[in-house]
Write a protein that binds this ligand. Structure first.
Ligand code: NAG
Ligand code: NAG
Length: 324
């Protein structure tokens, strides 16, 4: 068990009651285990981005664990054990590449929080518009080494134990400023930077954090909903998973709809991994930190797969707190 940082109740509860279906949670658990087994088999080859997904998944399952009172608790412990074994085994192989990332990102404890789910907090335009989809595929929005620099900037100022004042380098200010033109990975990276700052205990005003994440996740949801409406999720699958994982981690239930859960489960390969695109006719640019393995799967996407399934697992359990 990881150390619980905060034991706090949720101030809000979700308004949509779902019927508990033991079949769904079992499917999610099986998908997650298959995914982790795949990463385990490839532990020498997957990159730190993939392991970040595993670390996040560990934190999410830990948050779902109900101290022995929930019917899924035994499986939660098994999954946590499995993912901790992967991290331990795999980190030494990715260490050479970027030591600061392994040290800063791959400890599940810093990502551990009590997720509070909320519905109807996000604002998106009422009418579908193709402009969102077009922007994702048109714009040259890849932020290259900038994102790594800015993540490292935060890491350099923090130690993740004691709250600290974080000074942000001028080059990184754009990640904190509103910009109408931000799309795709630039939006998810803006959110990730905030999340890292919070996880590493930078002094952040809770209201500002709430407003910022709401703003970012509203824009991100507009992209997802429109891409879904116009049938483009297959072509941006890796980005889509990143969007669901990061905004779902903030508790926005709009990202955790059942139809999308089934879509994700259906897209998982029988080996347990995930490819970056489900259809190769029209691709967004590949994320830089990605490696395609022999079977056509991508380590970055597969790590996101672990996190997204762990998130759904957490969501289902939190909605049905005590079923033993
Ligand atoms: C978890 O359960 C143990 C005993 O089963 C108990 O001692 C402990 O206080 C519980 N922790 C929480 C956070 O409820
Ligand atoms: C962070 O610190 C390391 C080691 O001192 C240094 O090499 C690196 O340039 C720093 N990066 C940033 C973005 O401040």
């Amino acid at each position: 068990m990881l150390k619980t940082l905060f034991i706090a109740g949720c101030l809000w509860t979700t308004s949509v009651a779902r019927i508990f279906d033991p079949k769904i949670i079992t499917e999610v658990r099986n998908g997650l285990e298959k995914n982790l087994d795949y990463i385990d088999r490839n532990y020498k080859r997957v990159n730190v981005d993939c392991l970040f997904g595993v670390a996040l998944a560990t934190a999410l399952i830990d948050d779902a664990y109900q101290n022995g009172t929930h019917i899924m608790d035994k499986s939660s412990l098994e999954i946590m054990e499995k993912s901790l074994v992967i991290l331990k085994k795999s980190i030494p192989y990715s260490r050479e590449k970027s030591e600061w990332i392994t040290d800063a990102f791959l400890y599940p404890t810093i990502w551990r929080k009590n997720i509070c789910y909320r519905s109807n907090a996000l604002h998106i335009p009422n009418l579908p518009s193709f402009k969102y989809v077009k922007k994702i595929f048109n714009r040259d929005y890849i932020d290259g080494s900038e994102i790594d620099f800015c993540l490292q900037n935060i890491v350099n100022f923090t130690n993740s134990m004691v709250p600290t004042r974080c000074f942000i380098d001028r080059r990184c200010w754009k990640y904190f400023e509103p910009d109408e033109n931000s799309v795709g990975y630039l939006l998810t990276h803006k959110l990730l930077i905030l999340q890292l700052a919070k996880a590493r205990k930078c002094y952040l005003n809770d209201n500002v954090y709430g407003t910022k994440t709401e703003e970012l996740c509203s824009s991100i949801l507009s992209e997802v909903v429109n891409a879904d409406y116009y049938g483009y999720l297959d072509n941006m699958f890796d980005l889509y998973l990143e969007q669901v994982v990061l905004c779902g981690y903030e508790g926005y239930t709009e990202f955790l709809q059942n139809k999308w859960l089934y879509y994700i489960l259906k897209s998982q390969r029988s080996s347990g991994c995930f490819p970056a695109f489900l259809d190769d006719s029209l691709k967004t640019r590949m994320k830089r930190n990605s490696n395609t393995l022999d079977d056509g799967c991508v380590d970055h996407t597969t790590g996101l797969g672990a996190a997204v399934l762990a998130l759904h697992y957490n969501y289902i359990i939190k909605e049905y707190p005590a079923t033993r």
